[in-house]
Design a protein around this ligand. Structure first.
Ligand code: AMP
Length: 424
């Protein structure tokens, strides 16, 4: 019989064993960001719906189909939304706190849940965890390169080798408008070859048609016009410089003129890290430049570049690569008290170990000595400290080494020192 309540479709529980792997992954992210000099941003889980409509774009799938939006209990009620991504919130915070007044360049990162009402499948959930960076204030290709290199270093530090970096440019708005018109004209000549979905996308966001993985769309768009042919000198020079910097860093990439990002706010550089072991949902992360975003949500015109990674997919890829070390909650010592007085002593001693920074535990179930030893084994305790009432009266306890299997009698006053000194 299945239990009465189950987590909702697309929402998962992380039990302690899995949490240890997440702590490992988050530790890698924090360490990377320390080295790159990015400060951590902790944002609210909900924002006004309007922020995402403006900051992500009404023409996107995320805004038009996938948001968890609610009316709150205000009078009049306000429409609020569980964040489907964190860039809009980060830009909102940057404007709200007037960060640009005091610093020329802002380097922020965040790790946290995002929510999208999508059809769940492997690597795609309704609540997922993103890691993202926002580099705000620099229009230069060097900034694009730094962000991409941080992504490369993250993937490499997780032991993931089987991935591909795809790179494209989406030009500036006026260049994209001209390209969009040419693309639309081309797509109109291919109407009878395109999938239903692409025909729909043509209306709202024709660039997304290039993104389709459906065979008929891939074939129909093989000779579609390329954005590169619509770029003015400055955008071309920017793109070439980003490539030059990646070449200089020895980072392999492929230029893919069909790479368009799902969100509206990109300008110029767009990139994606594709995990080659991931199956259908193969985007490990992606990002690009979005010089228009901050102005779009009411701030001063400010260039920015960033990325968002799906931590859940990084986890799948790191596991597939066998890169995650065996995680064990390490119990240093299990304290066994035999007899009534000894049980009190076991609790006090356990606490003394814990206060000294040593992971310690004792029985809380009134178990027999044999059952307690079994528990110490199951918990992989390095040491077991054992005393009965008589031994305690004599001021002594036994310290059993569960790896070396030797046993030693120790003065109670020395117990802490002995176990601490023999820390694994
Ligand atoms: P996006 O903002 O759509 O570029 O998403 C950034 C990254 O988040 C993607 O590259 C994915 O790795 C991850 N992602 C997006 N949607 C989901 C989802 N529904 N479940 C898990 N990961 C996701």
């Amino acid at each position: 019989m299945s239990p009465r309540y189950q987590s909702l479709k697309g929402f998962r529980d992380m039990l302690p064993e899995e949490s240890l792997r997440w702590q490992w992954l988050e530790g890698k992210v924090r360490e990377l960001m320390r080295r790159y000099g990015y400060g951590q941003l902790r944002l609210p889980l909900v924002e006004s719906t309007e922020l995402f409509a403006r900051g992500v774009g009404e023409g996107t799938d995320v805004v038009s189909k996938e948001m968890y939006s609610f009316l709150d209990k205000g009078d009049p009620p306000e429409s609020i939304t569980l964040r489907p991504e964190l860039t809009a919130g980060a830009a909102r915070a940057w404007v709200q706190h007037e960060i640009g007044k005091n610093q020329g360049l802002t380097k922020w990162y965040y790790v946290g849940p995002a929510f999208r009402y999508e059809q769940p499948q492997s690597g795609r959930y309704r609540q997922f965890t993103t890691f993202g960076v926002e580099l705000i204030g620099s229009p230069l290709p060097e900034a694009d390169a730094e962000v991409i290199l941080a992504g490369v270093d993250l993937i490499e530090s997780l032991g993931i080798r089987n991935y591909r970096l795809r790179l494209n440019t989406l030009g500036m708005p006026e260049e994209r408008t001209a390209y969009r018109a040419a693309l639309l004209e081309f797509l109109n000549t291919r109407r009878n070859q395109l999938s239903q979905e692409s025909l729909r996308r043509m209306e709202s966001n024709p660039l997304r048609v290039l993104d389709s993985k459906k065979e008929e769309d891939v074939a129909a768009t093989a000779d579609a016009p390329k954005i590169l042919d619509f770029l003015a000198h400055e955008s071309l020079a920017h793109f070439n410089r980003v490539q030059g910097l990646l070449d200089g860093a020895g980072v392999p990439y492929v230029v893919d003129h069909k790479l368009v990002r799902g969100l509206d706010y990109y300008t110029r550089t767009a990139f994606e890290f594709q995990g080659l072991d991931l199956g259908a949902q193969d985007a490990l992360g992606g990002g690009g430049r979005y010089d228009g975003l901050i102005e779009q949500i009411g701030g001063p015109a400010t260039p920015a570049v960033g990325f968002g990674f799906g931590m859940d997919r990084l986890m799948i890829a790191a596991q597939a690569a066998g890169a995650i070390p065996d995680q064990q909650a390490d119990l240093q010592v299990f304290v066994v008290g035999l007899g009534d007085a000894a049980r009190d002593w076991a609790m006090q001693t356990t606490r003394a170990f814990r206060q000294a920074g040593i992971a310690a535990d004792c029985d809380l179930l009134g178990r027999s000595m044999k059952a307690q030893m079994r528990e110490a084994n199951r918990r992989n305790a390095r040491y077991v400290v054992i005393a009965g009432d008589n031994e305690l009266a004599a001021g002594k306890a036994q310290v059993k080494d569960m790896q070396g299997h030797d046993q030693q009698e120790v003065e109670l006053t020395e117990l802490l020192n002995v176990v601490a000194a023999r820390k694994q």
